[in-house]
Design a protein around this ligand. Structure first.
Ligand code: GL2
Length: 818
């Protein structure tokens, strides 16, 4: 059915809607000193447009019987929604006018919004970018995840140390979500399995669960940019099935009467704040099962709405993408459901699973590859463990035995079960065996997945392991966060670059144009002035916008090597103390990072940086040539403020450790020049921008491997470089902590006695050299402007639209909705 083209809303109409919600939804007639009521009313006004599009999208999906991708992810780092939704719906300007008419600045209204921080870092933010691109490209997609009551903790600094407080993102409601009671699911847990003999001689397995949990879905609409589509992100909240035990309550056991409810609600209570480490707790395992089971039931229900009991189209209609190993249990749940609830035989159920699942690997770090104790598995999901054993037997006895007959070691290496004192289930192996495609997230990472992580699987399943390089949405990460640069780009790029990012290539022609250079760098300067204000507000430190703004923003982890940056800052400080006229352009080092609450060394690194920053920022001798700020509570919203103002992007992980990185793409897109190792997507960024427009340093993956073979001795590097030795000795003594020697010693200890696992010392020299080259380049303002412009111009490859199209072409095989 063709819909008549609708007239775009006017600012006056939009204002009427906002006033309506202020009066009738919020009953807030006196809103002048209540910007949060205005925010709510604006969101509800936007939702009127969103819901209409959502209805039309659903109708089109049904009518066109569109194959869908179901993205299963334990994390979604959405950030704030309003600005993005306004841009994507092309309502930004009219909303700005309408809100101005009501006496507010739209930007101040945004500040009232809370981040949806249901994720830790890159993996969760990637999921959010992918949802944006899927809707933008008009694909039928549903994101599934957990409706955490508390997202990632909020970070404050107290006496330079990280303090965590709970995130209360929806304490007073969230205008972007809708509860869907009609789609509630019931999820069994624990209990035992009964084997029932059937009359035909076969056996039927019956799972008698010990507990049933209710899964309540909350839908967050995902609005495509300049597209027809609104998809949904469906987040499951856990609740008790039987709410309240009145008998117990009347008998006076008030606490117990609540206990089932509390226990059930614990499942979706809080996001595990670990990044790149296995959580290894039963609750985490139950979280994973809970959301996978809800999602599998929901996927089947959506399918049955169209096809009833006819399963023949299921694999044609459905692909389920596993975002890391966190949702692996969905595989066993689909097997169980097909066999136990829908009477599939083993072969048909297994064939189905092998057609619908695909898996993305996001890390090579062994500590992040999930394994679950068999004993715990058995207690929580006894039926699933049986199925896992059966899959393993078939896999080892048929596929492995056929390829490597009689090879006992190979069986042990590939088995889904790791033998040992405590038997463990290897979730990644289950993913690789089942999935029809397995992808890494940048070329170098995918190559390492094939050569180092899963070489045997790569032999066993040629062509299964592949690459899809990550990307970021240019809507949030340029158009919305950097409006001034966006407008400048509009003047020289004909196409809608936010939808066709490769058209930014046209900007390269202006890289040497003096007028364009001035405009580009003036905008950077304005953004720096604005960030300087924010830095002052957050830390009390005054920074000079004429200085180089050098940014390292990402989770705190040893492999990301914030401590390499830190040692180099100490090196510069030492040079300036020795010679206050040391020739360097003034530099502001800006950090943003949360450390996992239980990660000791990461927290010590934060402490050390804050402590040293206090000294350096107040040391008059160095004439403001060096400033160090650690901005508290790094999150999407803060990234949106920092990135447009960055001159330099620090991407300095140990080669082979950062699977891709995506901050590297966002910063380069906004005209920051990268100083980085040949790791993750840096390699591809270097290919795009060219060697002259990036500062590459450090040992390569192969050199890092060779060092290990030769035997790595950090003391050798310490002894060989006087500057390095001196600054490490500062940390070991009481230079920054008078009277308290060794208070910053944890870093030094890990680098020397601890063996320097991330090869910080081995890369120090070359890093310092690259930093000097960068300083020289910055002092040549024309050269720097050219570099910055070319970084923006050459980022076309790194739009998440391209990533999604790669997934569609090589893995998902979707067709866009018309
Ligand atoms: C990560 C990788 O570390 C990071 O390099 C990558 O960009 C993202 C998205 O693919 O995935 N893996 C991981 O476990 N986390 C990441 O950020 N948390």
């Amino acid at each position: 059915m063709a819909t008549a083209t609708k007239k775009p809303l006017t600012a006056a109409q939009f204002k009427t809607k906002v006033l309506h919600h202020l009066n009738f939804t919020s009953s807030e007639v006196d809103f002048q000193d209540n910007p949060s009521a205005v925010l709510r009313a604006v969101c509800l006004a936007v939702n009127e447009v969103v819901y209409e599009k959502l209805k039309e999208t659903n109708a089109a999906h049904t009518e066109q019987k569109a194959r869908s991708v179901n993205y299963l992810s334990l994390e979604y780092l959405m950030g704030r929604m309003l600005s993005n939704n306004l841009h994507n719906l092309n309502l930004f300007d009219i909303a700005q006018k309408a809100v101005a008419d009501l006496g507010f600045e739209l930007e101040d209204i945004f500040e009232e919004g809370h981040d949806l921080a249901l994720g830790n870092g890159g993996l969760g933010r990637l999921a959010a970018c992918f949802l944006d691109s899927l809707a933008t490209l008009d694909y039928n997609a549903v994101g599934y995840g957990i409706h955490y009551q508390h997202g990632l903790f909020e970070q404050q600094f107290h006496k330079c140390r990280q303090i965590e407080t709970p995130d209360e993102w929806r304490e007073y409601g969230n205008p972007w979500e809708v509860c869907r009671p009609e789609a509630v699911q019931e999820i069994p847990l624990f209990g035992s399995v009964e084997t029932q003999a059937q009359v035909d001689g076969s056996v039927k397995k019956i799972w008698h669960p010990g507990q049933i949990i209710k899964g309540v879905p909350w839908d967050v609409p995902i609005v495509g940019y300049n597209s027809k589509t609104v998809n949904v992100l469906r987040l499951w909240e856990s609740r008790a099935c039987s709410h309240f035990d009145w008998d117990q309550f009347n008998a006076g056991a008030y606490q117990d009467a609540h206990s089932a409810q509390n226990q059930a609600e614990t499942i979706s209570k809080v996001l595990y704040p670990n990044d790149e480490t296995e959580a290894g707790k039963e609750l985490r395992f139950i979280q994973q099962y809970f959301f996978c089971a809800c999602s599998i039931k929901d996927i089947i229900k959506r399918y049955q709405k169209q096809y009833g009991d006819d399963w023949s189209e299921f694999a044609n209609q459905t692909v389920i993408q596993l975002n890391d190993t966190h949702p692996t249990i969905a595989i066993l749940e689909l097997m169980r459901t097909l066999m136990d609830d829908y009477d599939f035989n083993w072969d048909n159920a297994w064939a189905m699973c092998r057609q619908v699942f695909a898996y993305t690997n996001h890390t090579l770090l062994p500590e992040a590859l999930e394994k679950w104790a068999v004993s715990m598995f058995e207690r929580v999901l006894p039926r699933h463990l049986e199925i896992l054993y059966a899959i393993n037997e078939q896999f080892l006895n048929h596929e492995v035995a056929r390829m490597w007959p009689g090879d006992v070691q190979m069986r042990a290496r590939l088995s889904l079960i790791e033998e040992g004192q405590q038997k463990m289930v290897r979730m990644a192996h289950l993913c690789v065996v089942t999935s029809f495609k397995v992808n890494g997230v940048a070329q170098i990472h995918s190559d390492l997945v094939q050569s180092d992580l899963f070489p045997e699987f790569n032999k066993l399943y040629p062509g299964k392991l592949t690459n899809v390089t990550n990307g970021v949405t240019p809507r949030r990460w340029l158009k919305a966060c950097n409006p001034k640069l966006s407008k400048l780009l509009d003047t020289v790029v004909k196409n809608d670059w936010a939808k066709e990012l490769s058209s930014l290539n046209a900007v390269a022609e202006y890289a040497d144009d003096a007028k364009f250079q001035k405009k580009f760098m003036d905008i950077k300067h304005e953004n720096k002035v604005k960030l300087a204000g924010e830095i002052h507000k957050l830390t009390g430190v005054e920074v000079n916008p004429e200085a180089i703004f050098d940014v390292q923003i990402k989770r705190l982890h040893e492999y990301k090597r914030q401590h390499l940056n830190f040692l180099h800052i100490l090196g510069l400080y030492r040079r300036l103390l020795e010679n206050p006229d040391y020739d360097m352009h003034p530099r502001v080092f800006i950090f943003g990072a949360k450390a996992a609450p239980g990660y000791y060394l990461a927290k010590e690194i934060i402490y050390a940086i804050n402590k040293v920053a206090e000294r350096i920022n107040n040391d008059a001798r160095i004439k403001d040539k060096l400033k160090v700020v650690f901005l508290p509570n790094y999150r999407v919203t803060l990234a949106e403020k920092i990135i447009p103002a960055a001159d330099v992007s620090e991407q300095i992980s140990t080669a082979g450790k950062e699977a891709s990185g995506t901050g590297n793409m966002k910063l380069a897109l906004n005209g920051a020049v990268t100083i980085g190792t040949l790791d993750g997507a840096n390699v591809e960024i270097a290919e795009e921008v060219g060697d002259d427009n990036i500062f590459i340093f450090g040992n390569t993956v192969d050199q890092i491997k060779a060092m290990k073979v030769a035997g790595y001795n950090p003391w050798q590097f310490y002894e060989a470089n006087e500057e390095l030795k001196d600054v490490i000795d500062w940390l070991r003594g009481d230079f920054f902590t008078p009277g308290k020697p060794g208070e910053l010693g944890a870093i030094a200890h890990s680098l020397l006695e601890g063996g320097d696992p991330y090869r910080v010392l081995a890369d120090y020299d070359d890093y310092a050299r690259a930093q000097e080259a960068l300083d020289v380049a910055y002092k040549d303002s024309k050269r720097w402007a050219r570099m910055a412009i070319l970084n923006t111009a050459k980022m076309g490859k790194f739009t998440s639209d391209r990533s999604i199209q790669d997934y569609v072409n090589n893995i998902w095989k979707l067709t866009p909705i018309k």
